[in-house]
Design a protein. Structure first.
Lengths: 78, 206
């Protein structure tokens, strides 16, 4: 019986340690040394809304075709 | 992407730049690289490569996801309309950034949302207790976004834009300088103060 209790206590201790490690990890969170580093991490975590591409596609379909003449041809008329 | 960097066989004559890509050519040591004009079918590839960065820049400049979404759409629609005007004197990325910055600054001006902090000048940041060396800590990504937005909103416009651009590792200091209308050396000089100001406000948001 005492061996069983010991085993149970060991198991509880292991679970408590795991929980403590998890909590400590969560508390530690993210750490950055410069503003740019934090901004890059934020940018990486930011998702581009997929709706933009669909909306853009519809807008472009409604547009007249853009001029294919090069800028210098338009300016100099060649 | 290779089509965007193909050298043009005949160097086109210099012309007056338009509003969008005018500031992108200077700040280089030699003549700017000449690239082939973009053609409309390339827009999809350009969008795939740059849309995320454009959206993020708009998001942090405007501070609102819906407005950033609208801005990203408008920037790429404007780029589509101006593809024939792109002269290749800058990279596509800096050209798109220039359109985005102008677009967002116009929106901010029209909304009277420009943040002016007359007392928070360079001298104030110099006098403020230094938190620049203290690590910037957050618990999770969601909190990171909120705190970065608050810290950026508290900064002078120039510092906010400078940090957002320098954070993009694909941009050189020369390109950041061209986009912010100053030399690369000036960018380096101001970056120190911008970092310090950001750290100060970031820690205040905790």
């Amino acid at each position: 019986m005492s061996q069983s209790n010991h085993k149970l206590q060991h198991q509880i201790k292991q679970e408590q340690d795991a929980l403590a490690r998890h909590t400590a990890g969560a508390r530690a969170g993210l750490e950055f040394t410069t503003a740019e580093e934090a901004i890059r991490a934020d940018a990486d975590a930011t998702v581009l809304p997929p709706a933009i591409a669909e909306r853009l596609k519809k807008s472009i379909q409604a547009e007249p075709p853009p001029s294919k003449r090069s800028w210098w041809k338009r300016i100099f008329g060649h | 992407m290779s089509a965007l960097t193909t050298p043009c066989p005949v160097e086109p004559p210099t012309a007056q730049p338009d509003a969008d890509d005018a500031p992108l050519a200077p700040e280089r040591d030699g003549p700017p690289p000449i690239r082939a004009p973009l053609e409309p079918p390339e827009l999809a590839a350009i969008y795939d490569e740059h849309a995320h960065s454009i959206y993020y820049l708009a998001l942090r400049m405007l501070g609102d996801p819906t407005q950033a979404e609208d801005a990203t759409h408008d920037v790429f629609l404007k780029a589509y309309r101006k593809l024939g005007d792109f002269r290749g004197q800058s990279t596509v990325r800096t050209w798109l950034y220039r359109i985005t910055i102008n677009h967002c600054q116009n929106l901010l001006a029209s909304w009277h949302r420009r943040h002016v902090f007359p007392t928070e000048d360079d001298a104030l940041y110099e006098r403020a207790p230094s938190t620049a060396d203290t690590p910037l800590r957050v618990l999770e990504n969601k909190e990171l976004g909120q705190r970065i937005q608050k810290a950026l909103d508290a900064l002078p416009d120039e510092y906010r834009l400078l940090l957002l651009l320098v954070a993009d590792e694909k941009l050189s200091y020369d390109e950041v300088g061209a986009l912010t209308r100053q030399s690369a050396d000036a960018v380096r000089g101001k970056l120190h103060r911008a970092r310090k100001a950001f750290a100060l406000h970031f820690h205040q948001t905790a």
